[in-house]
Design a protein. Structure first.
Length: 144
């Protein structure tokens, strides 16, 4: 039987289908039902396949075996954010007019990015990199 959203080889089949359905529902609810659940599933599936299992922003391989392992009730909402390799979906431009443009990222990066657009994230990262020598010097002084 062929599936509408074939599971990528780096993910266990049953887990992926459940996760895809949940992510589509959650994003649709968050965005106000502007698009159908199927449109969300298609956009998210496209991002997952394109990712080849890697974080869009860092290129790190994500741990797809962690899908559906963190429930807010049993683990607490903050615990899953401590799992940087746990895959999640991010609107590429935050909550912009491009509602159905998603990328795959790990929770740590998604949490750090927050609602920044990709361009805003790059500016922030560049500022951090430009300032790193001063930070390192200051940290050394603080540790003395």
């Amino acid at each position: 039987m062929s599936k509408k959203y074939p599971t990528p080889s780096f993910i266990e089949d049953t887990i992926y289908q459940i996760w895809l359905d949940r992510k589509a529902s959650a994003h649709r609810k968050r965005d106000g039902d502007k698009y159908s659940k199927e449109e969300y599933k298609l956009a998210i599936h496209k991002a997952v396949v394109l990712s080849e299992g890697r974080d869009f922003y860092t290129g790190d391989m994500l741990d797809w075996s962690l899908l559906n392992t963190f429930g807010n009730e049993e683990n607490g909402i903050k615990n899953y954010k401590k799992e940087p390799k746990l895959p999640t979906i991010d609107h590429l431009n935050g909550r912009s007019t491009i509602d159905l443009l998603f990328v795959v990222t790990g929770w740590a990066v998604n949490d750090a990015k927050n609602d920044l657009s990709y361009e805003e994230l790059l500016v922030l990262c560049q500022k951090i990199l430009d300032h790193k020598e001063k930070c390192i010097a200051d940290l050394k002084q603080l540790q003395e």
